[in-house]
Each structure stands twice: as structure tokens, then as C-alpha cells.
Design a protein around this ligand. Structure first.
Ligand code: PLP
Length: 399
């Protein structure tokens, strides 16, 4: 019997759940784009976005998804024939590299596979071998949303500095900004990209590129710069329309304003990070107990290398897909499909699912997903340790 009627929960790793207040802020007639409230509001978004990225640098806003922010980061810093180092820990950094290659950039790829974070020793080796400094940028994702691994971005900066390599450090924080801790300036990141629809709790459609002065110097030399993606006119424009190189994403901006208020001025960014950390540990606690008597296995074995925003998990042969179907049809929760290449020695794609726990999520939502998963395993006859939900509840109780 279906018990799915009621409020449906889309628990995929983006787009994430949007707060009702964000949606309500967007429900308004078309605003004046030349003067007045909207124009006044946008200048105030810039310092708040920078506060979330923990940077004193710059931000360019785009009407784009994450892929658009990827392309903007590349066009503003690179020239055809430049070499970059792409650090694959899942689908996303490899995808960013494929985009760069299609733009005429020479990509040196180190693929760490589907179950591992970046191995700094191999990065150091590759950088040390690059004696004439042909590598202009190092591309990494903080959280790869396909594998749910979390990479040590500060460690990459240390690796670059330890051998005095001048390459720019790029970080994709699309899956985890305002979920997992990120410190752009302290960690020495030169370019960071993110999007509106994950930790920032706003509909898909805005992309952000944060950059420092060193990256802007590279912009002065880059021959891939194009008029639309150029970040310079968007940095501190005197005319409002230059923020977006055309009509502003009016309604997204109203939604974003409320989302930034909720994160920075109501809950506080560090409390937002702590909430995500506890909710993630609750998910892991359930998975661990279930796995003690059955096939449930998180994709990333080591807890310190797991994201706080998404969890990729195998439920055993073919069971990821069966569980997703049961969850949507019977429990009213839609979980994420496996993405690109999690199959391999640890199983096949249809064994996996991804649980999104990013953005506007709280204890009862996560416990609801975990309780539904436990019911689903019982209904489908998937063996599991019986007290996973209790273990999660204990994590929540202890906070
Ligand atoms: C979601 C995501 C992207 C792609 O963003 P789109 O908005 O779908 O283009 C890129 N990188 C990471 C790490 C992501 O999670």
C-alpha cells in the first residue's frame, strides 16, 4: 500500500529543499530593474556571499547553473594550450576537466577513483615534475556529489606552497558551500565556484565565481575570455545591468536575499555547518548499524573523508534502485540516483543511491528518511542490523 500522500520530500543532492520563505519572497510581480528596491538590494548580496565563502576577494554572479560557473572560472583565467591539473575523485572534477579540454586547455588528469579522496603525495609528485611550471591551475572539488567524498582543499594549498609551485588553486564548492566548512582566504583558494540550488537553498539558475587578485591577474592574460562570461564588468559595476550583463534574475535575487539572511543573520554560518555535521553523523550511524547484519555500505569508508551534505551508499546488488522506487512510491521520499562510475570493485550502479542532506534540512527530515529506509529494507527483505534508526536518534539526541 502507498503511504506517500502528504508532503513529498525531494532528498536528492540538489536541487535541495527550498524554505517556504524563500519561495514566498519570489512570489511577486515583475520588479523595476532600473531603480528602486531590487537595485538597492543587489549591492547588499555581494558582502553576504563573500561572508559565506569566507573571502575578502571578489564575486561575479551569473544567470547560470554550476556548469556555467565552471565555464566562467575557466574562461577568465586560461588560454588555449595552457596546462591544468585535474584531480578526479568522482564524476564532477572529471566533468570540469572535460569542459576545459573542449575549450582547448591541455588537461593532465590524476584519477583517484570512486572511493578515495585526493592523495596529496601524488599531487606533490605531479607538481614537482612540472619544473618549468606549465601547469597554470589545479582543479579540485571539495565534495564530489557522485561519490560523496570530501577533499582537503587546504591541504592542496599546502602542497602547492611546499614546493613553491605558482599554479592557481580552483575549488568546486557547488555541493557543499554553506554545508561543509569552507574558508576561501585562509585555505588559499584562488577561484571558487558554486551555484544557488544546493546549500544556498534557492532555485537552480544562479552561478557564482569567487576569485582573488591573483586570479584576476591571470584574467588579464587569458585568451579564453569572452564578453558574456568576463568577470571584470560584474565585479563592482557602476551600472546595475552589468552585474548580470543584461537583465537580472529578478526573482532569484529576492529568494537569495532571504536564504542569505537565514544562513548568515539568523542561524549563523557556523551553526549551519554544525547542523549539517550532526545530521550527517546521524545518517552514518544508521548506515553503520544496518551494515553490521547486511549489505549496506557507505561509498566512502573513512568518516573524516565524507561530506556533510550528501551520502552515497550501496544497499547491495540491485537494491539501490529497488529502494529508491520503494521510497518514492510508498514513503513519499525521492532519493538521488547513482551518478557516473560508482560501479566498480565495490558494486554496480544500481546497488547505489544518494541521500541529499544539504541546505534546508533538520532532524525530523533526516530521521524521517532514515526511518523510511529502515522500513523499506524490511519491506523488500534486505538484511540489516535492526537498530540503525535508534543509533541515528542517539546522535540527534546528543547533538
Ligand atoms: C551539482 C554539481 C555540479 C553541477 O551543477 P549544475 O548546477 O547541475 O550545473 C558541479 N559540481 C558539483 C560538485 C555539484 O554538486
Amino acid at each position: 500500500m502507498s503511504l506517500a500522500n502528504g508532503r513529498h520530500y525531494l532528498a536528492i543532492p540538489g536541487p535541495s529543499v527550498m524554505p517556504d520563505r524563500v519561495l514566498q519572497a519570489m512570489h511577486r510581480p515583475a520588479p523595476n530593474i532600473y531603480t528602486g528596491q531590487l537595485v538597492d538590494m543587489v549591492a547588499g548580496l555581494v558582502p553576504d556571499l563573500k561572508a559565506i565563502a569566507r573571502t575578502e576577494g571578489h564575486v561575479a554572479m551569473y544567470i547560470a547553473n554550476g556548469h556555467g560557473a565552471w565555464e566562467a572560472a575557466l574562461t577568465n583565467t586560461l588560454s588555449r594550450g595552457d596546462r591544468i591539473l585535474v584531480l578526479g575523485t568522482g564524476r564532477f572534477c572529471l566533468g570540469w576537466g572535460e569542459m576545459a579540454a573542449a575549450m582547448g586547455v591541455d588537461c593532465q588528469i590524476i584519477d583517484f577513483g570512486q572511493r578515495s579522496d585526493i592523495d596529496m603525495a601524488r599531487v606533490t609528485e605531479a607538481l614537482a615534475a612540472d619544473r618549468d611550471h606549465r601547469i597554470k591551475a589545479v582543479l579540485a572539488v571539495q565534495v564530489d556529489t557522485s561519490t560523496s567524498v570530501k577533499n582537503d582543499i587546504a591541504g592542496l594549498r599546502k602542497a602547492l606552497d611546499a614546493i613553491g609551485h605558482p599554479a592557481l588553486l580552483f575549488a568546486d564548492c557547488i555541493a557543499c558551500l554553506a554545508c561543509d566548512e569552507f574558508q576561501m582566504d585562509d585555505w588559499g583558494v584562488d577561484v571558487m565556484v558554486t551555484g544557488s540550488q544546493k546549500g544556498l537553498m534557492t532555485p537552480p539558475g544562479m552561478g557564482f565565481v569567487f576569485f582573488n587578485d591573483k586570479a584576476d591577474l591571470a584574467r588579464g592574460r587569458a585568451d579564453l575570455v569572452t564578453p558574456y562570461w568576463d568577470w571584470r564588468p560584474r565585479m563592482a559595476p557602476e551600472e546595475f545591468y552589468r552585474y548580470f550583463n543584461g537583465t537580472a534574475p529578478t526573482h532569484h535575487l529576492y529568494g537569495l536575499r532571504v536564504a542569505l539572511d537565514m544562513i548568515l543573520h539568523e542561524e549563523g554560518l557556523e551553526n549551519v555547518w554544525r547542523r549539517h555535521a550532526v545530521l550527517a553523523r546521524a545518517v552514518w550511524a544508521a548506515l553503520e548499524v544496518w551494515g553490521q547484519a547486511g549489505p549496506v555500505r557507505p561509498n566512502i569508508a573513512e568518516q573524516s573523508k565524507r561530506s556533510h551534505s550528501v551520502t552515497t551508499v550501496s544497499f547491495g546488488p540491485g537494491n539501490g534502485q529497488r529502494m529508491r522506487e520503494w521510497m518514492t512510491g510508498t514513503a513519499g521520499v525521492t532519493l538521488g540516483i547513482p551518478l557516473g562510475g560508482v560501479e566498480g570493485p565495490g558494486g554496480n550502479a544500481e546497488d547505489f543511491l544518494r541521500i541529499g542532506h544539504m541546505g534546508h534540512v533538520n532532524a525530523h527530515m533526516v530521521l524521517g528518511v532514515l526511518g523510511s529506509l529502515q522500513a523499506g529494507m524490511t519491506a523488500l527483505g534486505i538484511a540489516h542490523g535492526p537498530t540503525g534508526l535508534e543509533a541515528a536518534a542517539r546522535v540527534i539526541a546528543e547533538g
